[in-house]
Design a protein around this ligand. Sequence first.
Ligand code: KIV
Length: 257
Amino acid sequence: MTGLEKAEKIRNQKGSKPVSCLTGYDYATGRLLDEAGVDLILVGDSLGMVVLGFPDTTHVTMEHMLHHTAAVARGVEKALVVGDLPINSYDTPSEALRNAHKLIKAGADAVKLEGGLKQIKKVKAIVEAGIPVFGHMGMLPQRVLEEGGYKKKGKSDRQTEDIIEGCLALQAAGCFAVVLESVVGKSAAKITKALAIPTIGIGCGEGNCDGEIAVITDVVGAYPWFVPPFATVRADVAGETKKAAKEYVDAVKRIGS
Ligand code: KIV
């Protein structure tokens, strides 16, 4: 299946089959998630924090994204691989298109960018070039410094209407789906109802969106130093890694003793 066909399939899951999405940042994880049957793997700029050790996503560059997108793509056959456009990589429509092409050349099937009304010309430029675009509304991590922290969205009717307006514009511009991040549950459900494309929730409560996305290191417990309150941790990779490393260290110490 081509990237366009995979994106179309996900768009058509609205109202019939919840869309399962996870982030992935390397070959082995991409391959494991694909084998597990996940619909969409996002090489998210969250890699800035959970892989590269930066305090937020504003430090992530195109070079980082290309390196990790290529690694994930080498391990994936069935899932749609989405490469995130990092901050300052889509300031104009031509820059957005140029960098979207680079992510596709690295192996992505589609790209994601943050924001609504201000991004419409950029989304149109990318979609018209035959590249599927995943929108991202609600709390926008690339704006964390401007906003002075991670703020819940959709707290008022006005804010919810603004998000709906942005999402409808993204939909009209050709996005195949849109992430809703940290939106009050009731508002997320209202936004989901207003759209013909799937909403993919993170931190929006259960059952308010057409699908869910989670950061893989939260799901498998691989990044224990910060776990968002809404995350469901399903394994203890950090604990098992430390245990195995300690056993290895002890075994090496025993050699020759
Ligand atoms: O970068 C990322 O991982 C994301 C998801 C949290 C949606 O944008």
